[in-house]
Design a binder for this molecule. Structure first.
Ligand SMILES: Cc1cc2nc3c(=O)[nH]c(=O)nc-3n(C[C@H](O)[C@H](O)[C@H](O)COP(=O)(O)O)c2cc1C
Length: 285
């Protein structure tokens, strides 16, 4: 693979959402793959004690990398937590053989630079049924379940989000920049993303599902906000879990139509690449 193509794919990876925009990832490009590491120095220890949101963020970056490769005609395969001995090595994304990029892959890849967290008001929060179906399918494609909240659940979720906000505001370490702004439509479209179980593996899977949902929303002109604060509290999180099915809530997503917000900053690619080999990565095209 040519350096320039790999660089494009890594730029796509770092466009992923991350908790508090911490961008807690590092990439080691190798001959036929990219190893994706956690950068634990960037984990907000207070709000993410067990690294759940860090792993979800890295999962989102992995999904972007996979989509970017596929859109450029490389069939990616990937392994999560590929080396037991390396705890921080969260994923290995391997460039497979050449394939004709599908329309779907190109559409998702096109959404990567356009996806943004929109914390502003939405003009409309009513999503057409086919779009909702596509979002649910996007989650399912990555092994997750997206529940679109009906009005009673939506109101219950909003109540919990506001409760979480109130307790956060009482915390001196509270950072208004990153918290849910507290202003929300009366009838937002809210979706809850569920994964199976609660392990680093499950969080990495959930992160990929989350990003596929967000990109699918973007591709349909739908804006999104993550409002995951309540899930940082075990008791509040338990309210969402479905123990019968072993499903754990991993993210709450607000969806709607609004003005496009400005892009949030990213670290330079050079700062997140662990080592660039002297030789070109992989074989020339
Ligand atoms: C696991 C996770 C949890 C997040 N939780 C929140 C949240 O509770 N409130 C919020 O406003 N943004 C939340 N975000 C969004 C990030 O703040 C956002 O992705 C980051 O600032 C980068 O901006 P961008 O999404 O516009 O690229 C979360 C993102 C991730 C990946």
């Amino acid at each position: 693979m040519r350096h320039a193509i790999l660089a494009e794919c890594l730029e796509a990876a770092i466009a992923a959402p991350s908790i508090h925009n911490t961008q807690p990832w590092r990439f080691l490009p190798r001959e036929h793959c990219v190893d994706v590491y956690a950068d634990r120095s960037r984990r907000p220890a207070a709000s993410d004690p067990n690294g759940r949101e860090l792993a979800i963020s890295v999962g989102a970056a992995v999904l972007n990398l996979r989509v970017a490769l596929l859109a450029r005609g490389y069939r990616p395969s990937y392994a999560l937590l590929p080396e037991r001995s390396q705890a921080d090595l969260l994923a290995r994304v391997t460039f497979g053989g050449r394939v004709q990029p599908t329309y779907r892959a190109r559409r998702l890849a096109g959404a990567i630079p356009r996806r943004r967290s929109n914390r502003g008001p939405f003009r409309s929060a009513e999503l057409p049924e086919p779009v909702l179906t596509e979002l649910v399918q996007a989650a399912a494609a990555e092994g997750a379940y997206l529940m679109i909240a009906d009005p009673p659940l939506r109101d219950a979720v909003l109540g919990v989000v506001r409760r979480a906000e109130t307790s956060l505001r009482a915390d001196p370490a509270y950072s208004a920049d990153f918290a849910w702004p507290g202003v929300v439509e009366d009838d937002p479209t809210l979706a809850i993303l569920y994964g199976s179980g609660d392990s680093r593996y499950a969080w990495l899977r959930a992160g990929q599902a989350l990003e596929r949902v967000l990109l699918t929303a973007t591709a349909n002109g739908v804006q999104s906000t993550l409002m995951t604060r309540p899930l940082a509290y075990a008791d509040l999180r338990a309210l969402f879990d479905d123990s019968g099915l072993g499903r754990r809530a991993q993210a709450i997503i607000r969806l709607g139509y609004g003005d496009e917000p400005p892009a949030s900053p990213r670290r330079a690619l050079a700062d997140v690449i662990m080592a660039v080999p002297d030789e070109p990565v992989g074989t020339a095209d």
